[in-house]
Design a protein around this ligand. Sequence first.
Ligand code: AP5
Ligand code: MG
Length: 213
Amino acid sequence: MILLGPPGAGKGTQARLLVDKLQLMQLSTGDMLRDAVAAGTETGLKAKELIDRGDLVPDDIVVGIVSDRLDDPDAQDGIIFDGFPRTLGQADAFEAMLSEKGIRLDAVVEMRCDNDQLIERITGRYTCGNCGEGYHSSYKKPKVENVCDVCGRSEMRQREDDTVEAFRARLLNYYKDTAPLIGYYHAKNALRIVDGMAAIEDVTKQIDAVITA
Ligand code: AP5
Ligand code: MG
């Protein structure tokens, strides 16, 4: 399944919930690229500046890391793609990859959003630096302030690209390069639409309903 939506739509939030619920694997190209930056790999060095500016990383790099990840043993039981594909070039390469590896695409879920509310989602977001659980200063607070509900550590972080400028660039790139995928997958009869502005648990229910329908 692919989760498609602008920055702050809730792709990562829903992917993590669905992983637990449906025993799937989350494949987030954003997380993979940020890990590569933190590890200082060649990919990370190429990607860092682009990510910090809110620009897309070149297709060949992203397609390469996704293709490699799909060969891992834990990728054989079902995958939620969070943030991939996000250009028509990536979508075409993904099609070829799926048929080569014998993987079936079940659904593309568009998380439809009110653009005016996304900035608040982005600037209020923080993440556990240890386990990656995501939080929000208004919508998803940990039970104990500054302590992760999942792993109990106090290592909350904000993403370097969660500035107003980088968010604007990410939103622009979404509408320029990624939104055409909505029509692409609609034409392939794979598109399902949910209300990304509903409460977190309601969005999960809607996704559950459209993928089991
Ligand atoms: P990526 O990490 O994918 O960032 P993004 O697409 O900008 O999306 P976000 O992660 O910001 O938002 P999200 O939808 O996951 O929202 P979240 O669940 O956290 O990519 C980052 C960068 O990496 C790109 O700019 C690019 O440079 C590069 N990159 C990645 N993939 C690439 C690719 N395929 N090709 C090229 N380059 C690539 O939620 C946001 C906040 O809102 C959280 O605080 C959450 O708690 C809260 N929230 C979530 N849902 C709700 C709700 N329903 N109600 C209230 N609050 C909510
Ligand atoms: Mg995300």
